[in-house]
Ligand binder design. Structure first.
Ligand code: NAG
Ligand code: NAG
Ligand code: NAG
Ligand code: NAG
Ligand code: NAG
Ligand code: NAG
Ligand code: NAG
Ligand code: NAG
Length: 340
């Protein structure tokens, strides 16, 4: 607070006119200023007389005349909150005893730069397992009976937030700066207790506010993933329906793939035509029903050869047809015997 010593000399230079030097001066002047509520304090002089009083005056740095703040006060402090907030002021005090006074003692005081800034109010919510939502409330000044956010008086208010795991030192952990009063801190461990504190920072004065008391909160457990039970009850049937649909679709796709890549055996075209002649087809069917596999095997070999094409295979086909005819007649005969 004892800044501007040169100004103070100017202000206290008045003592030359009132240099009685008989009454000692007040000692150790200081201003205690907290959110612009400012109290000037001093120590009493080494002067063992009764009814010693003090007089406190101030003037703006551009002003020439001093005005009284406290008159004939017997206590060693004076409420100086009334002085103008902007700019610097000179404050001076002297001891008065009967008709005699001491020299003035002076101090300069710049309310906005010198006052202590209270910590912001912190509210923290653990909404998701690894996220904390931090809501800060601006500290406020009470001036002339009204409440003002510090942002009314300072144009560059920012906040520093410090977060660390409980049971660890606050020197570890994370620090972040923000110019907003709402901040989400992510990337935290679920189900872990964190502590955090915050302070305001006023860039225009390179001035830090007081740190808040640590506020500790546990991040929510991972298993619930922050979903409330009511929502879970609504979502669960939906998930089940979706799951069944997926299963059905997968089954359909599987069937289709199987059909395209692994078709059940189908007969070649001309053989189908051959079978369409009613006399043979009924016999063929009969043989199939009775499970006479050896005739069927001959058909398989025939189809493979046909695929390769060529005139030779046509001859083979004719031979095969005859063979087939014979074998089918045999089958028919066998069947007839069995029936008999
Ligand atoms: C101090 O002031 C009181 C009244 O305020 C007076 O009665 C008393 O005599 C004074 N003492 C001296 C030493 O002047
Ligand atoms: C303070 O007291 C002096 C006399 O000691 C007087 O002249 C002055 O007007 C008083 N100031 C106030 C504000 O009462
Ligand atoms: C100082 O004065 C202000 C008004 O100027 C008042 O609001 C505040 O309460 C006073 N402080 C004390 C400690 O009396
Ligand atoms: C103080 O000054 C007044 C006049 O200014 C005078 O009447 C009085 O006697 C003086 N008192 C002392 C103790 O000097
Ligand atoms: C107060 O001043 C008067 C002269 O005005 C002087 O005679 C007297 O001794 C002084 N008293 C004290 C206690 O300094
Ligand atoms: C926050 O700001 C201060 C100065 O304003 C700076 O020293 C510090 O490095 C910043 N921290 C981060 C995390 O940006
Ligand atoms: C701001 O204040 C800090 C100490 O509180 C100091 O280290 C830093 O140099 C200052 N920055 C400026 C720009 O004055
Ligand atoms: C989180 O899990 C811990 C045990 O791991 C348990 O004590 C705590 O009650 C759980 N909290 C919630 C909100 O479910």
């Amino acid at each position: 607070m004892a800044r501007g010593a040169w100004h103070c000399l100017l202000c206290c230079g008045v003592f030359l006119w009132a240099a009685y030097g008989i009454v000692p001066e007040p000692q150790n002047l200081r201003v205690h200023s907290d959110m612009l509520e400012s109290i000037l304090q001093w120590d009493p002089p080494n002067f063992h007389k009764e009814n010693v009083t003090y007089r406190v005056q101030h003037r703006k740095d551009y002003d020439n005349t001093f005005t009284d703040l406290c008159n004939r006060t017997e206590v060693t402090e004076c409420n100086v909150s009334r002085i103008q907030i902007y700019g610097s002021s000179f404050l001076r005090v002297r001891t008065e005893f009967q008709n005699n006074t001491s020299n003035w003692v002076c101090i300069t005081f710049t309310p906005l730069a010198d006052t202590k800034i209270s910590p912001p109010d912190i509210q923290v919510e653990a909404s998701q397992p690894s996220v904390l939502s931090v809501q800060l409330t601006d500290p406020y000044f009470i001036h002339n009976g009204a409440r003002y956010s510090i942002k009314v008086f300072y144009s560059t208010v920012a906040y520093r937030i410090h977060i660390w795991k409980k049971d660890y030192s606050d020197k570890q952990g994370r620090k972040l700066n923000t110019s907003f009063t709402f901040e989400t801190i992510s990337g935290l461990e679920p189900g872990t207790t964190y502590c955090l504190k915050a302070q305001a920072f006023i860039e225009e004065f390179n001035k830090s506010g007081e740190w808040s008391e640590p506020f500790c909160i546990r991040t929510s457990n991972a298993s619930y993933a922050g979903i409330n039970p009511v929502l879970l009850i609504l979502i669960l049937p939906l998930v089940l329906i979706l799951f069944s649909c997926c299963c059905f679709m997968i089954f359909r796709i599987y069937r289709r793939i199987k059909y395209v890549f692994f078709p059940s055996y189908s007969l070649p075209q001309h053989f189908k035509e051959f079978l369409n002649k009613p006399s043979y087809s009924s016999q063929f069917l009969t043989s199939q029903i009775q499970g006479e596999d050896y005739t069927y095997e001959k058909i398989t070999i025939l189809s493979e050869e046909l695929k390769n094409g060529g005139k030779e295979s046509e001859e083979q086909l004719n031979n095969a047809k005859q063979q087939l005819k014979i074998s089918q007649e045999e089958t028919y005969n066998l069947k007839t015997i069995q029936t008999i």
